[in-house]
Design a protein. Structure first.
Lengths: 41, 478
């Protein structure tokens, strides 16, 4: 799905954390260029 | 071993629109855009508007958050409550500058000469005036303009843009002792002291009866050799006249107040101390944090208040709500970071342990950030999201039918009403309401749930949290 794509991951503490999204991206063939979890409050 | 109870709470706000420019976001954005700065300063609220703002009255404890009117809350007519309401007060910025000067042990703050006398008069007439060091406020009077022009100093304003004081740096080279850092710390100290003084006065507590104070704020006090070294708690205790108290801080980002409460309860339960106060002052860096969203929607800058809370924990008095130490929920490393997993660890696991269902808890107090502040910036409705997660977990657990989710969210949750002051908004702000409802019998159990964003410090990908249940006291001893 993400083969050859560079992906920027922004997770949210009260939603889905960055590492969880990054794991999904990698399993779908993408390369995680940057991953972070943010707190919006 | 004796069961700990919460025998007193206080909640205070300081309306400081003049300091909002020193919040982390405005201090980065405004200096590089004069037009934006002008718009920001023109969008600050008056004191009267801040007093009339319904979520502030809910924060003070004057009305339950479930009794808030429909939004929008900005621009709504006042409901008759004044600055002194509920479990505390909303202090205007000139008095708060005076209070900061009164708790400034190192002569960092200088107030404008003309402002000083007026502030002293106002603080002298304040219900807590006898507990405030007015001589030190008088000593702070002088040439604020000259101090503001010193290298490394910061100007302090009231009324949006009128210079009323200045704060000096404490060291030429130490990045932990710049005027900006010291202003943050002093604002946290002063708002914490205000909360403590209200707690003592409103509950007729002798200052020297307190053994220990636990700080739960987010400030980082120290010098270059130990940034974040801490113990604002003892500084607050000393400024509040607690001559027999010592103290320490519990650090855990926004989650800190709940662990602090659990530690306080444990110290009382074990007999180490008799009376322990948990105190938290406000977070100045979070002033104006989402101002761009507010201006984009032609709203006033809503993050113009500092919060403060204080709680007295002591041995069972047969009346006050119990802190059920057997109900403490923690977020273990292995739980991971997904919100449902976190909520399962914090809300469900403790209930399973003590044999209760989710409907045995009347009120869930999670992060109670005011959505009118967060939504315009795209940050969503944090409490609503948490309550929906809790309701979904209740359905999965078999405690709730799918069709009852809305009723659960409305009846056991509540609208967010707290300013975005991090730790203050994380369950701590509900304590005045929790105590009142548990004493009156309107509620039997309240679960406090707090979460903290460890990952922001870049030392771990982890988040953390803690929960605890408060229970109505049946008067038969703990």
């Amino acid at each position: 799905m993400f083969d050859g794509k560079q992906i920027v991951v922004l997770g949210e503490r009260d939603g889905i954390a960055g590492p969880a999204i990054a794991a999904c991206v990698k399993s779908a063939g993408g390369n995680v260029a940057f991953a972070s979890t943010e707190c919006f409050v | 071993m004796t069961g700990p109870v919460i025998s007193g709470t206080s909640a205070v706000l300081a309306h400081v629109p003049g300091l909002a420019r020193h919040g982390s976001k405005p201090s980065r954005e405004l200096p590089r855009d004069p037009e934006l700065q002008e718009r920001f300063l023109g969008s600050l609220r008056t004191f009267e508007q801040a007093v009339a703002y319904a979520p502030h009255q809910a924060f003070l404890g004057a009305r339950h958050p479930r009794d808030l009117p429909e939004r929008p809350w900005i621009g709504a007519a006042p409901d008759g409550e004044g600055r002194f309401a509920g479990a505390g007060e909303l202090m205007p910025e000139d008095e708060f500058l005076g209070l900061m000067a009164a708790v400034d042990d190192f002569d960092l703050i200088k107030l404008g000469g003309g402002d000083t006398d007026a502030v002293i008069d106002k603080l002298a007439g304040h219900p807590l005036g006898e507990r405030i060091d007015l001589e030190r406020v008088a000593d702070a009077g002088g040439d604020a303009e000259a101090v503001a022009a010193e290298p490394g100093a910061l100007p302090l304003h009231v009324g949006g843009d009128r210079l009323a004081g200045a704060i000096r740096r404490a060291d030429e080279f130490d990045e932990a002792l710049t005027a900006r850092v010291l202003l943050e710390n002093l604002a946290g100290k002063a708002s914490g002291v205000l909360a403590l003084l209200r707690l003592l006065a409103d509950h007729e507590i002798e200052a020297d009866s307190i053994d220990y104070v636990i700080g739960a704020g987010e400030e980082a006090i120290g010098d270059r050799y130990q940034r974040g070294g801490g113990n604002l708690a003892k500084a607050v205790a000393a400024a509040g006249g607690l001559s027999e108290a010592s103290g320490m801080d519990v650090k855990n980002f926004c989650a800190a107040p709940v662990p602090a409460l659990v530690v306080a309860g444990s110290l009382v339960a074990s007999g180490v101390f008799r009376r322990v106060v948990v105190v938290a002052g406000g977070s100045l860096p979070k002033l104006g944090m989402k101002f761009q969203g507010h201006l984009k929607h032609d709203m006033p800058v809503l993050e113009d208040v500092l919060g403060g809370s204080a709680v007295l924990v002591e041995a069972d008095d047969g009346v006050s709500p119990r802190v059920r130490l057997d109900s403490v929920g923690r977020h273990p490393v292995a739980a991971g970071s997904s919100n449902p997993k976190v909520m399962e660890a914090l809300a469900i696991a403790p209930l399973d342990r003590i044999g209760l269902g989710m409907l045995d808890v009347d009120d869930y107090a999670t992060e109670l950030h005011n959505p009118e502040i967060t939504e315009p910036q795209g940050s969503g409705n944090v409490p609503e999201r948490n309550y929906k997660t809790l309701a979904a977990l209740a359905v999965r657990r078999g405690d709730l039918a799918r069709g009852e989710i809305g009723e659960f969210v409305e009846g056991r949750g509540m609208p967010g009403f707290a300013p975005t002051q991090g730790h203050i908004a994380s369950a701590l702000c509900y304590l005045p309401h929790a105590r009142a409802r548990l004493v009156s019998g309107e509620a039997r159990r309240v679960q406090l749930i707090a979460k903290g964003s460890l990952f922001l410090g870049r030392m771990s990908e982890q988040s953390d949290g803690m929960s605890v249940i408060l229970e109505r006291n049946d008067g038969v001893g703990g």
